[in-house]
Design a protein around this ligand. Structure first.
Ligand SMILES: NC(=O)c1ccc[n+]([C@@H]2O[C@H](COP(=O)([O-])OP(=O)(O)OC[C@H]3O[C@@H](n4cnc5c(N)ncnc54)[C@H](OP(=O)(O)O)[C@@H]3O)[C@@H](O)[C@H]2O)c1
Length: 392
């Protein structure tokens, strides 16, 4: 059997590292043929030395020469490329069979869509592309026969609890669990002085900075509700959220006969990635089995939607439909980036998102251009509101 050739997009990130770890455990079955990153050339070259892909792509065109020279001086035959167009061409072409879509943010939309349109096996971590243009991505995958394997741990868990990974008539409700983030149990006043270092220190998961802040605001769970809606086709009212601080139960499916199926495992993304690479088979991921006796207890509670307004805003955006989720996502990306740079306070994140949603009434998203336009308008609005929220 020839190894499955995998394009790892966002190779230098947290999911990218986990994906490459699983790939390296199965040299007969998997090989990294394309590695792509944003601008971190040194880390990308180091990964190429380790994994020897045929192609390496850096998004930042200004870094092309550094990538080419770095690969050459490491004695590699890996071909250097730069820019989103080159990445999409490689994703759609013969260089790979599978694509791990793990670029952070709306920047991942074009390559996710290219993989879907080309009918690739698509291991989808980049939830923002579904939030921004879920109908377009899902329609493209359906038309081209692309198989989408959700990598987000909750959606991967739902996929595992559903027969053939698909919703049947007997499913009543999907339930996503949330760790509650580092500030679970605090009230709004206690969130006013939160620093970026406190916000990225997630109690259970080791992740990139943007999704860590999203977990702290609960926006991550809101984005995941929208993601679940697109992946599995259920409405907002049939996608529940339960806070589960141990992060051992990742999601549950409630069936019409009163059964609830859950998927459990340690909080380590390599499980979801191994499922994505091998499904319907199973392969080793490097994640140890779950010792329930050692963990001792599983707790569950309702999310605090008043203190963590982002989850409410995401649900409202899903109900509003059209461009509202794209606006929510773009305003959130601008606000989170400003928060991480120390320019605005933690509580300004929901305020900026809410203001963008109020200012930009939803319009229909029938094309990629319409999604991009909604994204651009929301970024513009959110960027302008930063000065009103600037820290003294
Ligand atoms: N981490 C998790 O456990 C986890 C769980 C579920 C879902 N996800 C989702 O997976 C995605 C990645 O998350 P992460 O935590 O792995 O993020 P991360 O650690 O911040 O890594 C982001 C990756 O994206 C690359 N990148 C950034 N901008 C880019 C651009 N314009 N073009 C191409 N590549 C670009 C970065 O490259 P540079 O290093 O060069 O900047 C890096 O490789 C997000 O959508 C997140 O919501 C993550």
């Amino acid at each position: 059997m020839k190894p499955q050739r995998v394009a790892v997009l966002g190779a230098t990130g947290s999911i990218g590292g986990s994906a490459l770890d699983v790939i390296a455990r199965h040299p007969q079955r998997l090989s990294a043929s394309v590695l792509a990153a944003g601008r971190n050339v040194d880390a990308l070259v180091a990964l190429c030395v380790q994994h020897r892909p045929a192609h390496a792509v850096i998004a930042d065109s200004a870094a092309y020469a550094a990538l080419r020279d770095g690969l050459r001086s490491a004695g590699l035959s890996t071909r250097a490329h730069a820019g989103d167009e080159a990445l999409c061409a490689l994703v759609a072409g013969d260089a790979c069979d599978s694509v791990v879509a793990a670029i952070v943010g709306a920047a991942g939309l074009d390559s996710t869509l290219a993989a879907a349109r080309a009918g690739k096996r698509l291991l989808l971590a980049n939830k923002e592309s579904l939030v921004m243009a879920g109908d377009l991505v899902m329609a493209a995958a359906r038309e081209a026969g692309a198989c989408i394997l959700p990598v987000d741990s909750e959606h991967n868990a739902l996929f595992q609890c559903l027969p053939d990974g698909r919703l049947g008539a007997a499913v009543e409700r999907l339930v996503l669990t949330a760790s509650g983030g580092p500030f679970r149990g605090r009230d709004r006043a206690a969130l006013a002085a939160i620093t970026p270092a406190q916000a990225v220190a997630h109690p259970k998961w080791s992740m990139g900075p943007k999704i860590s802040v999203d977990s702290a605001t609960l926006m991550n769970k809101g984005l995941e509700v929208i993601e679940a809606h697109h992946l599995f086709g259920l409405g907002n009212d049939r996608i529940g959220v339960v806070v589960h601080p141990q992060s051992l139960v990742h999601a549950l499916v409630e069936y019409t006969d009163g059964s609830t199926l859950a998927q459990l495992g340690l909080p380590d993304m390599r499980t979801a990635l191994a499922v994505g690479f091998a499904w319907p088979e199973r392969i080793a991921s490097g994640v140890p089995p779950l010792d329930l006796i050692a963990h001792g207890r599983l707790d569950f509670e309702a999310p605090d939607m008043d203190t963590f307004a982002c989850l409410r805003l995401a649900r409202e955006a899903l109900d509003a439909g059209g461009s509202a989720p794209a606006v929510l996502n773009a305003a959130n990306e601008v606000a989170v980036s400003a928060f991480l740079q120390g320019r605005i306070a933690f509580l300004s994140i929901p305020a900026i998102v809410e203001s963008a949603l109020a200012a930009l009434p939803p319009v229909e998203i029938a094309s990629l251009e319409a999604a991009r336009e909604a994204d651009a308008q929301a970024r513009h609005h959110a960027t302008r509101s930063l000065s009103r929220h600037a820290r003294a």
